[in-house]
Design a protein around this ligand. Structure first.
Ligand code: COA
Length: 257
């Protein structure tokens, strides 16, 4: 697997481990990091020594989502933008994807979990999908996959209000499989991954594909539709005000929008 300073990779007992590694910016994801993630996932999918993928942040933070500054400098222009290609790839993975999540998981830091098969999170983890609050819309297939995972009542609440979700709420709703002390999260997820890696791979991948079969094409369509509106909204006065407020560390004012 390729090495990259903000995306660290290693292989352990047939598990391909991908770590988000930009702690100074809370693992906010830039276009360059999306490219590195795509390369790491593609290489792991093609590597016969790897049977399971494990994605993690640090013990303090999973990801603050899209890097807002980079997003303004390198906005996704079409379905070929790095973030869009990563999301499409997530819907096409054959190998199981396990996640270890500690600390904040914001925006795509939460929506990418909808593409994971097993998710362990820390007691202090908070999730949030604040797209509307940023003048944007649901992404990552969340307009479809979130309601499938946690029910439409919670999906409405989480996507429209965009407020933080506690680890306990996420577990009750079924967004995550287990909540543990932060220090135990990575080891637990790695143990899952190793157990999966010891199973017959065709049976494992086949069962995974069957579970996902009914929603895979619809998820790709949702990602594409979301992307089109997301790009449009990115140019809006609402998003400009929300992003300026983030950079200036103030509350946004949407009264003139
Ligand atoms: N894009 C760009 N920079 C980000 C970022 C993001 N999404 N999230 C955090 N950062 C930067 C901060 O600007 C800060 O940079 P600085 O030290 O140069 O000032 C640094 O990361 C640390 O962030 P800070 O907010 O001080 O950390 P925190 O522990 O208090 O809070 C979060 C962590 C994740 C809760 C908070 O940073 C946050 O809410 N980030 C924005 C999340 C978001 O809206 N994402 C977009 C979703 S589409």
């Amino acid at each position: 697997m390729p090495q990259h300073s903000t995306i660290a990779t290693e292989t352990l007992d047939r598990v391909g481990i991908i770590r988000l590694n930009r702690p100074e910016k809370k693992n906010a994801l830039t276009a360059q990091m999306y490219e590195a993630l795509i390369a790491a996932l593609q290489q792991a999918e093609a590597d016969p020594q790897i049977r399971v993928l494990l994605i993690a942040g640090s013990d303090e933070v999973f990801s603050a989502g899209n890097d807002i500054v980079d997003f303004l400098a390198n906005p996704p222009l079409d379905d070929q933008a790095p973030v869009m290609r990563l999301l499409a790839l997530l819907t096409e993975l054959r190998k199981p994807l396990v996640a270890a999540v500690c600390g904040p998981a914001v925006g795509i830091g939460t929506t990418l979990l909808l593409h994971c098969d097993l998710v362990a999170c820390g007691e202090r983890t908070t999730f949030a999908m604040p797209f509307v609050n940023l003048g944007l819309c649901a992404e990552g297939g969340s307009s479809l996959l979130l309601a499938q995972r946690v029910g439409s009542a919670r999906a409405n609440e989480w996507l429209l209000l965009g407020e933080p979700i506690t680890a306990a709420q996420a577990a009750t709703a079924g967004l995550v499989n287990v909540v543990l002390p932060n220090a135990e999260v990575f080891a637990h997820a790695l143990d899952w991954a190793k157990r999966l890696a010891s199973k017959p791979p065709r049976a494992l991948q086949g069962t995974r594909a069957l579970i996902r079969h009914a929603s895979a094409a619809a998820a790709r369509q949702a990602i594409s539709s979301e992307g089109a509106l997301f790009r449009e909204l990115l140019q809006s006065e609402e998003a400009k005000e929300a992003f300026a407020a983030f950079v200036e560390r103030r509350k946004p004012d949407f009264s003139r929008c």
